[in-house]
Every structure is written in C-alpha cells, then in structure tokens.
Ligand binder design. Structure first.
Ligand code: SF4
Length: 315
C-alpha cells in the first residue's frame, strides 16, 4: 500500500507501444505505465475499461522500460514521439510508478524519440533535469479544470493542488518545454461560469501560455456510477446530471463505444462563450473535434505530430 493506493505489480506481456482507442490518440504510439491511476479522478474514463482494477488500486507494469527498449530495437524506423498516458497519469505520486516512467522516458529520449504527456501531478525535479537535456523532444499539457481547490478536491481527490500544477507548468516552461493547458472535462454549471473561465484564463495567461484545450464531461455508465458514489451533495449531483437528460450519444473512441455528451447546442454555445472570454486574455481555445464531431473538426493538439513524422509512426 502507498498512502491510500494499493499497488499490484505485474509484468506486461503484450506490446507496450500501441495506439490508443481514443480517436485523437489513435495515430501515435501511447504508453500506459499503470492500469488505474492514483489520482482517482471521479470522472476518469478508465473507470469504464475492462482492465480498470477498482477504486484505490493500481496495477504497475514493472517491465515497461525494458519492453520499450526491446520494441525500439525491433522497429525499422523509430516513432517520432510517444504519448503518456491515455489511461493513467505518468507522474502520479507513487515512487514505483515514477521510477518506471522515468526509466521509460529516458530510454525514449536517448533514442531521440519525443515524449509527450498530459498530467495533473507535480512533475518531480529529476524529470525536469531530464527534460531540460532533451527539451526539443518534450511537449506537455497540464490538466486544469478549475482554479478552486475545493472544487478540484471533489473531482480530482488524489491529484496535485492547483498551486502545485501551476508551479509545475512554470518550471516546465522555464526549461523550454512546449506546454499548453488542458481544461478537460469542464463540468457544466460547476466549473464553467464566465467568472471561473476568467480566473482560469488569468492563471494560464500569467504563465505565458497562450493555448487551452477544452472539452466537456461525457457520461458513461461507470462515470455516472462514480459520481453517484463520490458526490455526497445531492444538489450538486443533480445539477451536474440534469443537462444530460437531453444529451447526445457520441462515438468518441476509435473502437466505437458511445458516450453521453451535453446537447450539441449547449456545447456549441458554451464553447463560443469560453472562446470569447479567453480571447480577452490572448488565449486561443482549442476544441477537440474527436470528442465533438457534431460541432467541429478542429484538433485539441493533444499530440504535436506534424505531417512528416506522423507517416512513419508505426513502420
Ligand atoms: S489523472 Fe487522468 S488518468 Fe489519472 S485518474 Fe485523473 S483523469 Fe484518470
């Protein structure tokens, strides 16, 4: 046990560098260091996956670095970049996880393979030193759905505080890592008022970051159950779920499972409003077209692969 999280260690048998089922990530190799995630965000999509080990548990794959080294040797052409992680946080605060993430990222970077990530953690110093040595190969997104730690604790109980995430973002920018902020999932009526978006944009702009990717919460049966179990305030729960009664089922995963989204008109109107507020801070808002196919075909830039290297990712 580590803090509140039970860790089970396993060896990964299947290939490690594999495409994700999420449409936006389906064209680049991705790595999951664990199944489950110590951050325990109550909206986490991985809760609905068959490999999800259950609340408060993670399965750590202890041979990822070794397998990556082996898979890289076998590839005719190395991938341009690898994405961490579609269904866990690469920097979740568990020493064994951090060790495995570090070894894996180090191997990739030393083979000149880019490392891209999204995180809701504080990134430890040893990673910053590693990234500084390879800054042209590293790019990241810091996840931030609110600047209010009380709200953050309800939805992301085990993730880093807002202040810690902003510090991490600043340190990554200072060493020259390309960085943007990901406000995903925004929660209608709870984290997306004009005032809240203004405060979020202020925090982002003060870092010198000029881009935010936004998306709204999707409901799947496992996520709805997680909300019902974890949100004790019935009024808050009702407020979150109400707009989904007129929601739309969208296929946002390459494997075709469907998720309940807010009604299209409501999402559209909200994105327009957010864009307007953000523009006052010189911030460009990116909407994920994979998660909002009825609204846009824009990219949320979750990965930064240009046309050239993208073609050779899976050779
Ligand atoms: S940090 Fe990401 S992967 Fe981890 S629990 Fe939160 S949403 Fe899920």
């Amino acid at each position: 046990m580590n803090g509140m999280v039970e860790i089970c260690v396993e060896s990964r048998k299947s290939k490690v560098l594999s495409p994700s089922a999420l449409r936006c990530l389906s064209r680049i190799p991705t790595i999951n260091i664990t199944s489950g995630c110590a951050h325990g965000c109550i909206y986490c999509y991985s809760r609905g996956y068959s490999q999800y080990p259950g609340e408060g548990k993670i399965i750590l794959f202890s041979n990822i670095a070794e397998k990556v080294e082996d898979e890289l040797k076998r590839k005719r052409k190395k991938p341009a970049a690898v994405y961490f992680c579609p269904s866990c946080d690469p920097f979740q605060p568990v020493p064994e996880v951090l060790r495995q993430t570090y070894e894996t990222m180090k191997i990739l970077l030393e083979h000149s393979v880019g490392v891209q990530f999204v995180t809701k953690a504080g990134v430890p110093d040893e990673f910053l030193k590693l990234f500084e040595r390879h800054k042209n190969l590293v790019c990241g997104q810091v996840g931030l759905i609110t600047t209010d730690d009380r709200i953050r604790r309800t939805f992301e109980p085990g993730a880093a505080s807002v202040a810690q995430r902003l510090r991490t973002a600043k340190m990554l920018l200072d060493i020259g890592v390309e960085l943007s902020v990901r406000a995903d999932p925004l929660i209608r009526g709870v984290t997306d008022s004009d005032e809240q978006i203004r405060t979020l944009c202020e925090a982002v702009a003060s870092l010198g970051v000029s881009e935010i990717a936004v998306s709204y919460l999707f409901l799947r049966p496992a996520i709805k159950k997680s909300f019902e179990r974890n949100i004790k305030d019935q009024g808050l729960l009702d407020r979150i779920l109400a707009p989904y009664s007129d929601g739309e089922w969208l296929a946002i995963e390459a494997r075709g499972s469907r998720s309940l989204a807010l009604p299209g008109a409501l999402r559209k109107e909200s994105f327009e409003r957010i864009k307007k507020v953000a523009s006052g801070y010189g911030i460009t808002v990116r909407i994920c077209g994979c998660k909002n196919p009825d609204i846009t075909n824009e990219s949320c830039n979750i990965t930064r692969i240009t046309d050239g290297p993208e073609k050779r990712l899976f050779d």
